[in-house]
Design a protein around this ligand. Structure first.
Ligand SMILES: *Cc1c(COP(=O)(O)O)cnc(C)c1O
Length: 372
């Protein structure tokens, strides 16, 4: 009888403990300054986040969902426009497109990377297509060259959804710098997570940056001077102060995730499909997603051994009740639908220990063997 090791799906507490004194100090400073709305830490963090991504501007907003929505709005996307995105994504991507009044047009995934398939993307373009929202899913960059070539050919706006891929690189360049704008989320379990909600938009275009700053803050150019109908979606100063402490650790955390992915890859049996990482790409493993014929039984057996797993995502966006009006049906996106039945996300976070990885890998091997 082997001993049980508890393995949570993510461990936010471990990361907090390592940084607690610095975070306490950063938060206390905000409390003492009292600059809770668009305070000094927000501007500093925006500068640091932009520099990290080698882009000119970063604009802090309330959530990752808002980041996508406001980026689309800043570029005039609205009713009558079609925006193409991945069928295989978290629903926020699609809700952001709906929020500006545009029509989301979904496209199936590439079976290897799980990200948008450029061939299918090309085929989905109509005379109403105005924008593409490629999603760097699970920490893996999309086929950036493929997507950008199509965008250039049809003169389309590109807003990257980088909510799962902070720090990931494509041909040496970090995601977020390829499109006209890119959206990030600081939801606590993301690779760079806040202690609550938060989001960021990055862009190299100064005019767009200015518009984004107006849109997130009531369209306010100066106090009580409102030049456009904006919204209220500002990155909280307390969250920015915390994120400033965390950003310098992002690369080391992503490197740890990659080491863990390699360790899983070496130990998992050939009968499960492990994540593929395309050439020239630096995957940051927001999620470590395997595929198996016996997903549900494997998940149950891992649970019995106190190993927590996830499914991303059990019901694809196009089959969600909330998206029924889009008129999609089961069978429309076979790669995405097959993946939804077979995918299992194993525990993945920087603080995982070799003993935990070994324990999880052995449990998967055993479960697959037993399932036949
Ligand atoms: C998390 C996430 C979002 C939304 O971020 P929130 O901060 O939760 O609003 C958008 N797109 C993808 C792919 C995500 O994973």
């Amino acid at each position: 009888m082997t001993t049980t090791i508890q393995v949570p799906f993510v461990d936010l507490r471990a990361q907090h403990d390592a940084l607690a004194p610095e975070i306490d100090r950063a938060v206390r400073q905000v409390f003492e300054r009292g600059d809770f709305i668009l305070g000094a830490a927000v501007e500093k963090f925006e500068g640091e986040f932009a520099a990290y991504h080698d882009v000119r501007h970063a604009i802090g907003v309330g959530t990752g969902l808002d980041a996508i929505e406001i980026a689309l709005r800043a570029h005039g996307i609205g009713p009558g426009d079609e925006v193409i995105t991945a069928a295989n994504t978290f629903i926020a991507t699609v809700l952001a497109i709906l929020a500006v009044g545009a029509r989301p047009v979904l496209v199936d995934a590439d079976a290897e990377r799980y990200t948008i398939d450029p061939g299918a993307l090309s085929a989905a373009i109509t005379s109403r297509t105005r924008a593409i929202v490629p999603v760097h899913l699970f920490g893996q960059p999309v086929d950036v060259d493929g997507v950008l070539a199509i965008a250039r050919r049809y003169n389309l706006l590109v807003v990257e959804d980088a909510a799962q891929a902070h720090g990931a690189r494509y041909n040496g360049q970090r995601v977020g710098g390829f499109g006209h704008a890119a959206a990030f989320s600081f939801y606590p379990s993301k690779n760079l997570g806040a202690y609550g909600d938060g989001g960021m938009i990055v862009t190299n275009d100064s005019e767009t940056a200015q518009k984004l700053r107006l849109l997130r803050n009531y369209g306010q150019r100066a106090k009580y001077a409102h030049s456009i109908a904006g919204t209220n979606s500002r990155l909280d100063t307390v969250q920015a102060a915390i994120l400033r402490v965390k950003l310098p650790h992002l690369d080391e955390w992503n490197a740890a995730r990659r080491r863990h992915a390699d360790a899983y890859g070496e130990r998992l049996p050939a009968r499960v499909q492990t994540p593929s990482s395309a050439a020239g790409v630096e995957h940051v493993y927001h999620l470590y997603v395997i595929e198996t014929d016996h997903r549900d039984t494997v998940q149950q057996q891992l649970r019995a051994k106190e190993i927590a797993t996830g499914i991303h995502y059990p019901v694809p966006v196009h089959l969600q009740e909330a998206c029924a009006d889009l008129g999609y049906r089961a069978g429309d996106f076979p790669v995405t639908e097959r993946a939804a039945e077979r995918m299992l996300s194993l525990p993945m976070y920087p603080e995982l220990t070799p003993a935990q990885i070994e324990y999880v890998s052995d449990a998967v091997t055993e479960a697959v063997k037993r399932a036949g």
